[in-house]
Ligand binder design. Structure first.
Ligand code: ATP
Ligand code: MG
Length: 294
């Protein structure tokens, strides 16, 4: 496995100008990297900037400032992006937060899954049909789904189609934005297990965005905590769970219920005082490889 990072974010900042006097600062000076095959979780409350960051990584926005490097090239540079568009599309795929909106309602499952492969010129004809059937089977569906449209599918089935589409190009990086948030709890577990199996089989690096730290702990080796556009902490999962450094991370962890009734009875949910986060600052590497926002 190559030691160079697959994805590197350097001071990524994304602002949305709303009016002359109002600018939403959705992502502020975020830096971290993901190695090939690494599974990274990104957690944070609603409005923290997680989806914006994911979309910025995918090249869906022009960055306000900072850089995104993918496979050794600055993919946030519009010229580089244009030049490498096919390779970036093939190697970086995303599963969106709202699967109902992300899948074209007019297209059949077959066309939805085929689209990235044909756009990247990967296969066609008989080979394409065989690949689609294999992909459907890999995500727990079968041939009978081929001609269905998204509105004929359940939420879980739609998410499986979105996953089949995303892995169809054998990407190096898969970004999944809250892929189970809108699903029933029982289906959530099935989809998370599916991600785990597919990641083992395909070996892609995986950026999993979730509200829920217990989901992240189940799947990820590394986790980043975001709040109000800042990346507060970025650390190995177990280290973060054992020894969270930022008060906000501590309050997030204290909110997770435990299965042990004695510990659960004495569990205290820590309040986080939002006033304690400064407006601007820099990252410092602190103890044990944690990165902490100061
Ligand atoms: N296209 C946009 N134009 C203007 N503001 C935006 C846009 N996209 C996001 N925002 C704002 O940026 C901030 C971060 O939003 P974002 O969707 O990235 O948060 P999130 O962490 O994904 O939240 P959630 O967990 O609810 O999905 C929010 O204040 C949001 O209103
Ligand atoms: Mg979001």
């Amino acid at each position: 496995m190559s030691k160079d990072p697959l994805l590197e974010l350097k001071h990524v900042t994304q602002h949305f100008p709303i009016s002359r006097s109002l600018t939403i600062e959705a992502v502020k000076d975020v830096s971290f990297s993901i190695n090939p095959g690494q599974i990274v979780g990104l957690v944070g409350e609603s409005g923290a900037g997680k989806s914006t960051l994911a979309r910025s990584i995918m090249g869906l926005y022009r960055l306000t400032s900072g850089e995104v490097w993918f496979q050794g090239e600055n993919s946030s540079n519009p010229n580089t992006y244009r030049k490498n568009r096919r390779s970036i599309h093939k190697n970086m795929q995303m599963i969106f937060q709202d699967s109902a909106a992300a899948l074209n309602p007019r297209m059949t499952v077959v066309r939805i899954i085929a689209e990235p492969m044909t756009a990247c010129g990967l296969c066609s004809g008989k080979e394409l049909s065989t690949r689609i059937i294999t992909l459907l089977e890999q995500v727990g569906l079968d041939e009978s789904f081929c001609n269905k449209r998204p509105n004929e599918l359940s939420g879980g089935q739609r998410q499986r189609v979105a996953i089949a589409r995303a892995i169809s190009t054998n990407p190096q990086l898969l970004v999944a934005d809250e892929p189970v948030a809108s699903l029933d709890v029982s289906i959530q577990a099935q989809i998370l297990t599916l991600f785990q199996e597919l990641q083992r089989e395909y070996g892609f690096a995986f950026l999993l965005i979730a509200h829920d730290l217990s989901v992240i702990r189940l799947l990820c080796n590394t986790v980043g905590v975001m709040r109000q556009g800042h990346l507060l902490e970025f650390a190995e999962c177990e280290e973060l769970f054992q020894d969270p450094l930022h008060p906000y991370t501590k309050s997030l962890l204290s909110a997770i219920p435990t299965a042990d009734p004695i510990r659960e009875r004495s569990r205290k949910v820590l309040e986080f005082d939002s006033g304690s986060i400064p407006e601007a600052g820099t990252f410092h590497e602190v103890v044990k490889g944690h990165f902490l926002y100061e």
